[in-house]
Write a protein that binds this ligand. Sequence first.
Ligand SMILES: Cc1ncc(C[n+]2csc(CCOP(=O)(O)OP(=O)(O)O)c2C)c(N)n1
Ligand SMILES: CC(=O)[C@@H](O)[C@H](O)COP(=O)(O)O
Ligand SMILES: [Mg+2]
Length: 624
Amino acid sequence: MYKYLDKINSPADIKRLKTYELNAVAKEIRDFLVQNVSKTGGHLASNLGVVELTIALLTVFDFPEDKIVWDVGHQSYVYKILTGRRDRFNTLRQMGGISGFPKRQESIFDMFGTGHASTSISAALGMARARDLEGKDFQVVAVIGDGALTGGIALEGLNDAGRSNTDILIVLNDNEMSISHNVGGLSLYLSQLRAAPVYSKIKEDVKQKLKHVPVLGDKMTRTIERAKEGIKYLIIPGMFFEDLGYTYLGPVDGHDISSLIKIFEVSIDIKGPKIVHAITKKGYGYGPAEKSPARFHGVDPFDINTGETIVHKNGKTFSKIFGEELVQIAEKDRRIVAITAAMEDGTGLAEFSKKFPDRFFDVGIAEQHAVTMAAGLASLGFIPVFAVYSTFLQRGFDQIIHDVCMQNLHVVLAIDRAGLVGHDGETHHGVFDISYLSMIPNMTIMSPRNGAELKAMLKFAVKHEGPVSIRYPRGYTNDEGSVDDIKYGKAELVEQGDDLSIICEGMMCNTVLSILEEIKRLGIHPDVINIRFIKPIDEDLIVSSIKKTGRVIIVENNVVKGGLGSSILQIIAEKNIKNVKIKLLGIPDRFISHGSQEELYKLCGLDADSIKKHILEMVDDNEQ
Ligand SMILES: Cc1ncc(C[n+]2csc(CCOP(=O)(O)OP(=O)(O)O)c2C)c(N)n1
Ligand SMILES: CC(=O)[C@@H](O)[C@H](O)COP(=O)(O)O
Ligand SMILES: [Mg+2]
C-alpha cells in the first residue's frame, strides 16, 4: 500500500501534487520498482536513476499531447507506472504482459517504440518537423543517456536538429555509465561539464557583463569579440552544444525535483533546439544497485535484502565460454584483438579486457564503427574479433558488405544472442542474422550446438582467411569434451536413418536430439544433420540425404525467410530433386513479442513437442 502512488492513475494526478508530495512519490516509486523488478527481472538501475526526472517531465509537460521519445527505452518503467500501467506492472516482460520498452500498441503515452540505442533525437526531430508542417503547437522531448549519445545516429540527429530552427528539447541523462563505464571523447567532455556545476550561474553573469562592454571602433570590437570567445570557451559549460546550435541548460541535479521542474519550465520559453543536461546516479536509492550499477543494469529476479540472483542455472553461458576461449587463443597469438560496442560484460569479454587491455577496444554504442574499425585492423594483419549481439549487428550491415566482405578481410564476428532472446522481446531477438549474412559474398557462417563446438569454431575462425561469423544463442550450455573435426563447409551427421532428413542449426539440434529416442521407439529413423556451416553449406551431404529419404525438415533459430531453410530449398531446386516433402521450421514472418525463451520457442513451433508433431505428420504417408 502506497499513500500517494496508489492514487496516481494518470499524469493529471501528478500535476496536482506539491513538491514535498512529489518527493514522497519518488520514494514510493523506488520501493515499488525494487519490489516488482526483483520478481520479474528487468532494467532496474537505469530506472532508479530517472525517478525524479520522469516525475518532473510529467509535471511540466502534457503527454500525450506533448511528445516524448525515450532513448533505448529501458528506463521507461517509471513513466509506464505513472501513465496508467501501475496495475499491470507485475506482468513486466512476461508473456502477454507489458513490455520492458515503450510500445505504441501498448499505450497512447508511448509515442515511439525503442529498444536499440541512439534513435531518440532523430525520431523527436521528425515529430517536431511534422508538427511544424501542420502548424501545430506542442512540445517534443527526447530523453537520451550519455551512453546512447555515443551512437552514430544520435550524433547525426544532434547535428541535424542543432541547425533545424525547430523547437525540440533534448534531455541528456548523464550518469557516467553506459552498461559499464561510458567511454570516448564525448564522455570525457561531459565529465568536464559535470565538474563545473557552479559555472551555469556564471554563464549568465558573464553574458550580461559582456553585453555592456563599450565598443570602441572596429579594431576594439574584434579584440573584444575574440576576448568574449576566449572567455566563453574557458568558463561557459555546454559550448560544444551551443556551437552546434542548442541552448544549453545545466548541469542540473537530476535527483532534485524542484530544480528539474524549473529548468523544464524555462526550456519551454526558449525557442529552437535546447539541451537540459541532468546529472543522475545509476541505481540511485537501492544500495546493491548503487554499488554495482552494471550488474543491476539488466537483472534476473533477485533477493531484495542481498541483491543476489535467485535462480542459479547449471552450466556456463555461451558468452562465458566464448570469452574464456578467446583469452586462451589470444595468449598464443598477439595478433588477436577484441572489440565490443558497449557490451563488455554481456559478450563475455571482461576477462579479455583485464588480461589484454592494449588489445581490447570498447568503442561505445557504435556497431557500424566497430565493424569498419575491425576491417582497418584486419587490413594491417591483425585478427579482430568483434563480439556483438545479433540484433545490434544489424546496425553494421553496410559496413559488413562494403568494408569487410568486399575486401575479403579477415574479421571474426562473434554473434551472441542469436535466435530468440526472451524477455527483451521483439527489439532484441537475434533472428535475422542468418538471412542478412547468407547473401553476402565471401562470408562464412557457423553455428555451434554446444560450448565445445563453439570453442572449436572459434579456433577455426581465427585461422580462416576471410570474413567469418559464429552465431550462438543467449543461454546456458556445457563445454565438456572437445570437438576436433570442424572442417570448412562440412556438416556433422549425428544420426543415420532412412525415413527422413532433419537438418538443424545450433541449439535447435539439441532440441531435435532430445526427442530422437522417442521417435526411434515409434519406428521412425531419421538422418539428423547438425549443419555447423550455414555458409558454405554441405551440399553433398544434404543432397545425398534428401535423395535417400525423400523427406526433409529444417529447424532453425532464425526467420524462415532467407534462412537456412531457404538455402536448402535453393539446393533442392538447383539439383532438380523431385518428389520431396519439405517442412521449414523457424521464426514466422512477424515480430515475436516478449516472454521466456521456452514460451517463445513453443509459440514459434520450435519446442520439442511441436517438432515431434511435425516429424510424425511428415512420415504419415496419408498427410499431403
Ligand atoms: C544499438 C544498441 N547497442 C547496444 C545496446 C545495449 N544497450 C542497452 S542500454 C545500453 C547503455 C545505455 O547507456 P545510457 O544511454 O547512458 O543509459 P543508462 O543505462 O546509463 O541510463 C546499451 C549499451 C542497445 N540497446 N542498442
Ligand atoms: C537494454 C538493452 O539493450 C540491454 O540491456 C539488453 O537488455 C541486454 O540483454 P542481455 O540481458 O541479454 O544481456
Ligand atoms: Mg548513462
